[in-house]
Design a protein around this ligand. Structure first.
Ligand code: DGL
Length: 253
């Protein structure tokens, strides 16, 4: 069984493209549609009902373009909306994200783990249940870093201002003994080179992109939805009205 229809992705903006890129590397035969809801970015500090409404609109748009499955490439939208989306669109396979607290807790030698995410993600059931279940024996330092979202939406992922912002968030975590820093927001892997520079080997930066891509592939495979290997993949990028005038549009490679 195979299915050449595209896989849909959405995020509050360009953040989730780290997931899209990982998926495209892993599954080159799959067509994709990506929605960057930059007009409504950030999602991070919105009430859950609002995020549910925005997520539903994104899913409707992806389904109207014939998507066979949806990757919610946003931790915040997953936290607020994935249960609702799975109930509302029972026939559609969904893949969501939550901060990789479990692998961080397992790998930490210092017993101190830092998590960078949005307020919405930290308030969600998934994060709190996972933390309770798998990170009871480590100290978890939760840090909201909304300014990273703003930087990435502007395309400002290098330079002195971005480096200063990264340093300001990471240094206290490293000073507190964190040897694992979990990127719990899909905008943050875009700043990973700067984070690696600031961490300078003192803490590992955990980026979930490849793991999520593998999970998406498993979900498609288990439902007989993988595209035929010979499929000539087509990629569509939709960006809802951009808030930042200086934002260079990103070209898919
Ligand atoms: N990229 C989103 C996430 O993974 C959040 C960014 C936002 O606040 O909109 O959580």
């Amino acid at each position: 069984m195979s299915d050449a229809r595209p896989v849909g992705f959405f995020d509050s903006g360009v953040g989730g493209m780290c997931i899209l890129d990982a998926f495209r590397r892993l599954c080159p035969a799959e067509s994709t549609v990506y929605i960057a809801d930059s007009a409504n970015c950030p999602y991070g500090n919105r009430p859950a009902e609002e995020i549910v409404r925005l997520s539903e609109a994104n899913v409707e748009e992806l389904l109207s373009r014939g998507c066979k499955a949806v990757v919610v490439a946003c931790n915040t939208a997953t936290a607020a909306a994935i249960d609702h989306l799975r109930r509302r669109y029972a026939d559609v396979p969904f893949v969501g994200l939550e901060p990789a607290v479990k692998p961080a807790a397992l790998r930490s030698r210092t017993g101190v783990v830092g998590v960078l995410a949005t307020e919405g993600t930290f308030g969600g059931r998934l994060y709190n249940e996972t933390k309770e279940k798998f990170a009871r024996d480590v100290v978890v330092i939760a840090t909201v870093a909304d300014e990273f979202v703003t930087l990435v939406e502007r395309g400002e992922t290098s330079g002195p201002a971005a480096e200063a912002a990264v340093r300001a968030r990471l240094t206290p975590l490293i000073d507190a003994g964190c040897d694992m820093i979990v990127l719990g927001c899909t905008h943050f892997p875009h700043l990973r080179p700067l984070m690696e520079k600031v961490a300078a080997g003192r803490a590992a930066i955990l980026d979930p992109s490849d793991a999520v891509a593998r999970q998406a592939r498993r979900v498609l495979e288990s439902r007989g939805l993988l595209a035929p290997a010979s499929n000539e993949a087509v990629h569509e990028f939709i960006r809802h009205q951009v808030e930042f005038a200086d934002n260079p549009s990103r070209k898919l490679t």
